[in-house]
Design a protein around this ligand. Structure first.
Ligand SMILES: [Zn+2]
Length: 268
């Protein structure tokens, strides 16, 4: 699976060949720039090979940022526009598996994580079934989800979408229907049903989606250690007594009504 098309090395080498040379000093600078440029081109080739490797996950952002930084440096050295050196990849469903979201509490922000882990631990200790479906959502994923929705469902112009350095995507297919269809393919593959926010408690590592259920009465400790028994219904994450217990751990049930699995640091 490719995350970006390779840099066109022969085009770059031709560009380098046109560097004007005058004084000895500028000639030396030219040689240095050419050497550095050749190293950058080699490095970019290696980086593109790495980005094609299947199963690459956690380092994608770093590699894309490195790629962008190398392209920017190359643009400086060659006096070329960075956009002309990079070949972004067209939008489409293949983007959906990239920049995956996490369902581990390890990825949560420290301040929120300790409370979540203690709360989930207390629930499990009481015999509650807790299934975590989402924690941290990378900003790149939020960006891809947000703009695919805007183009596919709200008639957004793909030319107006701002670039994100670590996502080398081309939203504009040069044809309005094709651009909209590619965005729609992404919306469906993501399973989006409402406009995704560019930043949210999930992109900040301050939210968790979890499905919660238990049978009978639930004996559970508050964060202070005080024991409480929940006899009320429903026996799910929507239970008002469980929500009160969660709050003692700094894990606040969603304040908006249409997102049953969602908890965060402040209810947003
Ligand atoms: Zn959520």
């Amino acid at each position: 699976m490719t995350t970006s098309k390779p840099v066109n090395a022969s085009t770059l080498k031709r560009t380098l060949g046109t560097t004007p040379r005058q004084s000895a000093k500028s000639r030396l600078r030219g040689i240095e720039a050419a050497t550095e440029s050749r190293h950058l081109i080699d490095g970019l080739g290696a980086l593109d090979d790495l980005l094609k490797k299947p199963g690459l996950r956690s380092n994608q952002r770093f590699l894309h940022q490195t790629r962008h930084a190398m392209l920017s440096r190359l643009a400086d050295l060659t006096g070329t526009d960075v956009a002309s050196l990079s070949t972004p990849e067209l939008s489409g469903a293949q983007w959906v598996t990239r920049f995956p979201g996490s369902n581990s509490t390890d990825t949560l922000a420290d301040a929120f994580r300790s409370g979540v882990e203690a709360f989930v631990g207390a629930m499990r200790m009481g015999g509650v079934s807790v299934t975590i479906s989402a924690t941290l959502r990378p900003v790149e994923r939020a960006y891809l989800m947000h703009w695919s929705w805007i183009i596919a469902r709200l008639g957004g112009n793909p030319k107006d979408v701002p670039q994100m350095d670590s996502v080398d995507i081309l939203w504009d297919h040069g044809d309005a229907a094709a651009s909209m269809q590619a965005a729609e393919d992404m919306v469906q593959r993501y399973g989006i049903v409402a406009e995704p926010a560019l930043t949210s408690r999930h992109t900040q590592g301050l939210a968790i989606d979890m499905t919660i259920s238990w049978a009978g009465n639930l004996a559970i400790a508050k964060r202070s250690g005080a024991a409480t028994t929940i006899t009320s219904k429903p026996r799910t994450g929507m239970n008002i007594d469980l929500i009160a217990v969660g709050a003692t751990y700094g894990v606040i049930k969603a304040k908006f009504g249409n997102d049953p699995p969602h908890w965060s640091n402040d209810g947003h």
